[in-house]
Design a protein. Structure first.
Length: 176
């Protein structure tokens, strides 16, 4: 279980940190995405798109760093990762059900309309967060061996890259 939790932590940290940096670099697209989602709540909620974008970037970055931090930050980081991935999945569900024309700027650049593919992308991330959180109690206090850390890191890097480029991969594999 130690290796599964380590892989989950590293993968979630990678995804969240890449997402936070990309959102910060493309702040206008992030603002537009949140504005489109908040429009579903009501006209007053749209005023909070800017502050919400700043808060989202900060929470994603902080959560990613917590997952990489010392033992005392891991559990709160995993709780935050569960909440974030559940919220991201819920936003994709709302956008799909309401047929909202909201471009997904999840990784900074608007790649596709927020919808089913993002539910498919986010559900395994939510599973990783839950696995990590559930497994933290079962993890022993011993450090994993170096080869295992390398293997977990490589797996996490693959998960991060596939997640960050999921829209591009889905478009590439889509039938014309």
């Amino acid at each position: 279980m130690t290796y599964a939790v380590l892989t989950a932590r590293l993968a979630l940290a990678g995804v969240l940190l890449v997402s936070a940096v990309a959102k910060a670099r493309s702040f206008e697209e992030t603002w537009a995405m949140l504005d489109g989602l908040l429009r579903r709540i009501g006209p007053g909620a749209r005023r909070s798109a800017g502050p919400s974008a700043v808060a989202l970037i900060a929470v994603e970055g902080t959560t990613g760093l917590a997952l990489l931090g010392p033992a005392q930050t891991v559990r709160p980081g995993l709780v935050a990762a569960v909440v974030l991935t559940a919220a991201f999945t819920a936003a994709a569900v709302v956008a799909t059900v309401s047929r909202a024309e909201v471009a997904c700027a999840c990784f900074g650049r608007p790649a596709a309309r927020l919808g089913r593919r993002h539910i498919v992308r986010n559900t395994p991330l939510l599973g990783l967060a839950v696995l990590g959180l559930a497994g933290t109690g079962a993890v022993s206090g011993t450090s994993p061996a170096a080869p295992a850390v390398v293997l977990c890191s490589v797996a996490a890097a693959v998960i991060t890259v596939v997640t960050a480029f999921f829209d591009d991969i889905a478009d590439l594999l889509a039938t014309p």
